[in-house]
Design a protein around this ligand. Structure first.
Ligand SMILES: [Zn+2]
Length: 62
């Protein structure tokens, strides 16, 4: 589903757990495997997803 009123900020921050830049074709939100979607690792914010609990993954289409 493509929204036509997304903010045009070209400075989307890429998190370590992201496989691709958000907004690209084949990109989808996925549960962060490092923290299992909790956004936290122990008492720290999960570095892979930045505490969001989700990462941007590539959903390859053949
Ligand atoms: Zn995480």
């Amino acid at each position: 589903m493509i929204s036509d009123n997304q903010p045009a900020d070209g400075a989307q921050k890429l998190l370590p757990g992201d496989e691709t830049a958000p907004g690209t074709k084949q990109a989808a939100e996925g549960i962060c495997p490092a923290c299992a979607g909790t956004g936290r690792l122990g008492r720290q914010t999960c570095p892979d997803c930045g505490g969001t609990g989700t990462i941007t993954v590539i959903v390859g289409d053949a």
